[in-house]
Structure formats: structure tokens, C-alpha cells
Design a protein around this ligand. Structure first.
Ligand SMILES: Cc1cc2nc3c(=O)[nH]c(=O)nc-3n(C[C@H](O)[C@H](O)[C@H](O)COP(=O)(O)O)c2cc1C
Length: 479
């Protein structure tokens, strides 16, 4: 095969007992029930760092999955640990950074329920403490329960969330890139000046959604703007990602289907004046890998014995907003009245070999989702899985994968033992890092690229050494 592009591999996790595979916390190779212990996280970070993974990517939500048997019913999530409880991911980063050399930490933080001024400070703090090894996964959130618990009666409508998000980013760029000049922090012992007052400016942002005078409350961190991940697959989501995202996390069942999303993102980026090649597209995937195909399928059977159907249905309810408890056990959802569930299930049916013409009952949905969630799954030996990943890269044009786990660290240990040697033998995965201890942006875009690239819209707000005021203020005449 022709492709020799080296692929990016991230470990996809969440600060919770059951991320994508409810029930597996009971499996002997699973340690996620220790998610409240720092040692669980530092051990995992060391495992991934030593193996050469690019990043640990941590999902997050701001409310429970309470649609199934609902509305407002948290019992199925609670009793199965299905993304409940969920601790804050940001606090994990400093300890994991100090335990590792190269691993990047991609943390999810929603910009729908937190003021830009405070999120800017939290992310700058992480960028300082990790020496630039942090990436921010920008999400707009999708749960009604999050809206209700943050003082709203319902979610802000989908496209308006993205409109707010665009302005939110403008505020952040002004704080991160435009409120401290590059030479502002002098720490001059002789004169006793820590920061030169003429190197710091108010941002005076007054927009439709936000009023923030600034300046930023943190001194410049290594990357200033942390490396920007974005997750979202709608038209508005791609519009946002193509403009702001430096790496985009997408979902999809087939490489042919994901190809359209990848092309759309790159098209938006080009229309925004960006080099589309600067954007990395990463797809979520679940791998069950073992020494042989037979052993991998046997592993799947074993996982199914630990699956928790109620937890899986709770996750499905949260992801889709659809309560499957209303349906009979033998209903075939390919033909459900609710068009949304029918279209989701038909997509799955067309991607799971041999199931296109079989009934997709609740039981089949549970079976599909319980071993690795909503993502596409590849099962087999290192060779089988490597062949399939290679095909994904060739057909879809993605740059890498967020690998979900069924057991943790078990699934990652299997990838390290059975898949990485195969990928390395094909020249598809790095043998070693190009340079030790680089920032998140350098790890994804290349050594030396610490700050936002010049073609990124956030660079417009940069206040450079020697300039009297940041360019955006000069042009607005508000200096
Ligand atoms: C692959 C992927 C991962 C996501 N991860 C999260 C997450 O961890 N937390 C969250 O609140 N939303 C997450 N989202 C949801 C998005 O932020 C967004 O709210 C949702 O997908 C709706 O936007 P869309 O219609 O543009 O996809 C994710 C979306 C996708 C596609």
C-alpha cells in the first residue's frame, strides 16, 4: 500500500468509572474504579508516554445521562457508573505532566457554561504547569441535564451555541495573544519591576454575548493559546472547527463516510485563509487486538459477559436524547417511527458486517454499544487491525485515532503489545519522539511551532514585541 504518513495515536479516556463500556469496571484487567486515585492516572500516563502515544485525550460532560427511563432519571447511570460520577479532568494534568516527558494532555472543557475570563485562566495555569504540554478540546456541550444544572431551563439552541462559541474564542485570543506583549515580563531585580506596565493592556471586549475588559490575569504561558482541539460534526460544528480547530475530533462508522467530514473541514479552513494541511483530523475508534484474530474475538465475547445493558441504554439516551425504554424488546429500530433513531441504527447496520439485513433490536444495540461505545470497532490481530487502520487513513484522509478503551489500562496494554510493533514495522508509527519535552502544538504540527501558526485566525490578535498596541486595537481605533 502507498501510504507512509505516520499516524497520530491518542488514548481516549474520561475521569469516571465507565467511559464507553459500562460494566467493565468489574473486569479483572480494568482499574477505572480507581479513577479517584492520582496513582491510577500517573501510572496510565507513564504507560502511554513510554509507549510513544501522542496524547491522553480526556472527555468530559457537565451533567448526567438522565434520558433513559426518564426524563431526569439518573438511576441507570448511577448504578452502572456510566459516565456518573465524573470528576473534573483539568486537575489531573499537573501530576501526570510531572510523571512523564512527552505525553500531551488533551482536556475537554465546555465553553457553554463558564465565563471566558475564568476558563482562560484555568487553561493558562495548566499550560504553565505542564510546560506547554496541554491541548484544549473545545466543546459546546449537548446535554439538557447540563443546561438545567447550570441555571438554564433548556439548552441554548444548537447553532446559537456555536455563534456564542465564535465570540468566546475572540475573547480568549484577545486575553491570551493580545493583552501581554512578548517582552512584558521583565523580572528586573535591579529596578524591582516584575512586569513592565506598558507591556500589558486591557482588551475592552464588548460583543453580543460577552463584555470583558481584561487584561488576562495570567502572565504568558509557553503556548499562550493552548493547542486547540475541537469536537463536533454538524455543519455549524465543522464551520467552527475549520476556523479555530488545530486538530479536529470526528466520529463516524466508515472511512468512506468520514471522508466527507474531513473534506468539509479542510474546505472551511481554506475558505478561512488557513493551510488545510495544518489541521489534523482524528477519528474515534475502538480496537480489540490480540495475538490472533480468534483470540481477539474471544476477548470480545469475554467483555460482553461484563457488559451492563442498563448503563449502555443510559449512554445511548444521553448521546441521542432518545429513551429506548419506551420501545418493546423486539422492535426493529431500522424502521422506528422516530426518524433520528432509525437513521442512527441504519448507519450502524450498514457498517457492522453481516447485520444490514438483520433486525436491529434493543439487544443488538446494547451488544454493539457495550464493547466500546458509539465508535467504529476493529477486532483482530495486530496485522488485521494495522491493515484496517491503514485503510482508514487512505480512504478517509484522517491523520490519526483517538483509541477508546474497553478495559483500562487493559485495552491500551493490548495496543502496545500487539499493534504498535506491527505499525512500527510498517513505518506507520513513530519509533521515538523527534525532540524530548516539546509543547502540544509542536507534537502535532512540528518542532518549533510553539505559538499559533500565522495563518490561524487567533494570530490576528497577537501583540508582538516592539508594537505600541496590539494590531486589533490599532485597527479598531480603541487603543
Ligand atoms: C467525537 C466527538 C467527541 C465529543 N466529545 C465531547 C465531550 O467530551 N464532551 C462534550 O460535552 N461534548 C462532546 N462532544 C459534543 C460536541 O461538543 C457538540 O456539542 C455536539 O457534538 C453537537 O455539535 P455537533 O452537532 O456540531 O456535532 C463531542 C462530539 C464529537 C463528535
Amino acid at each position: 500500500m502507498a501510504v507512509k504518513k505516520q499516524i497520530i495515536l491518542n488514548a481516549f479516556v474520561m475521569n469516571t468509572p465507565a467511559h464507553m463500556a459500562p460494566g467493565q469496571w468489574r473486569h479483572p484487567r480494568n482499574k477505572t474504579a480507581n479513577y479517584t486515585k492520582l496513582s491510577f492516572w500517573t501510572d496510565l500516563a507513564r504507560l502511554l508516554d513510554t509507549a510513544g502515544f501522542h496524547a491522553m485525550f480526556i472527555a468530559d460532560t457537565l451533567g448526567p445521562y438522565d434520558v433513559y427511563k426518564g426524563p431526569g432519571n439518573v438511576v441507570p447511570s448511577l448504578s452502572s457508573g456510566a459516565q456518573y460520577p465524573v470528576n473534573d479532568p483539568l486537575y489531573l494534568v499537573p501530576s501526570m505532566a510531572s510523571a512523564t516527558k512527552n505525553l500531551i494532555f488533551g482536556v475537554t472543557a465546555s465553553l457553554t457554561y463558564e465565563a471566558p475570563y475564568s476558563l482562560a485562566r484555568r487553561l493558562s495555569t495548566l499550560d504553565h504547569l505542564s510546560n506547554g504540554r496541554v491541548a484544549w478540546n473545545i466543546v459546546t456541550s449537548y446535554l439538557d441535564s447540563a443546561a438545567r444544572n447550570h441555571g438554564l431551563t433548556e439548552q441554548i439552541p444548537h447553532d446559537e451555541r456555536y455563534a456564542r462559541a465564535h465570540e468566546y474564542m475572540e475573547v480568549l485570543y484577545k486575553l491570551w495573544e493580545g493583552s501581554f506583549r512578548d517582552d512584558a515580563v521583565v523580572q528586573d531585580v535591579e529596578s524591582g519591576v516584575y512586569i513592565s506596565p506598558d507591556g500589558v493592556r486591557a482588551i475592552q471586549h464588548a460583543g453580543r454575548y460577552f463584555r470583558v475588559p481584561g487584561p488576562h490575569f495570567c502572565e504568558p504561558s509557553p503556548q499562550r493559546t493552548p493547542f486547540l482541539f475541537q469536537a463536533g460534526v454538524s455543519e455549524a460544528g465543522n464551520g467552527f472547527g475549520g476556523k479555530h480547530g488545530e486538530a479536529i475530533f470526528v466520529a463516524g462508522q466508515t472511512p468512506e463516510g468520514v471522508r466527507g467530514t474531513v473534506e468539509n473541514i479542510r474546505r472551511v479552513a481554506a475558505a478561512e485563509g488557513r493551510d488545510p494541511a495544518h489541521i489534523k483530523v482524528i477519528v474515534g475508534i475502538t480496537l480489540i487486538v490480540a495475538a490472533t484474530d480468534e483470540e481477539a474475538y474471544a476477548k470480545r465475547e469475554e467483555y460482553l459477559r461484563y457488559a451492563d445493558a442498563e448503563g449502555v441504554l443510559a449512554l445511548f439516551g444521553g448521546w441521542t436524547g432518545i429513551d429506548l425504554s419506551k420501545y418493546d424488546d423486539d422492535a426493529d429500530f431500522r424502521f422506528a417511527d422516530e426518524t433520528k433513531v432509525a437513521s442512527i441504527v441504519k448507519r450502524w447496520a450498514s457498517s457492522v458486517p453481516g447485520t444490514a439485513n438483520l433486525p436491529w433490536t434493543k439487544r443488538r444495540i446494547v451488544e454493539f454499544l457495550s464493547v466500546g461505545g458509539i465508535q467504529t470497532k476493529i477486532i483482530g490481530s495486530g496485522k488485521t487491525v494495522a491493515d484496517e487502520l491503514q485503510r482508514w487513513v487512505e480512504v478517509s484522509g484522517v491523520d490519526g485515532f483517538n483509541i477508546a478503551h474497553i478495559t483500562n489500562p487493559g485495552s491500551f496494554e493490548d495496543v502496545i503489545e500487539f499493534l504498535l510493533p506491527e505499525l512500527r514495522a510498517r513505518g506507520l508509527f513513530r519509533d521515538k519522539v523527534e525532540k524530548e519535552g516539546v509543547t502540544a502544538r509542536e507534537a502535532y504540527l512540528g518542532v518549533g511551532q510553539v505559538r499559533l501558526p500565522e495563518d490561524h485566525p487567533g494570530s490576528y490578535y497577537k501583540w508582538r514585541a516592539g508594537e505600541a498596541v496590539p494590531k486589533y486595537q490599532e485597527e479598531a481605533g480603541s487603543a
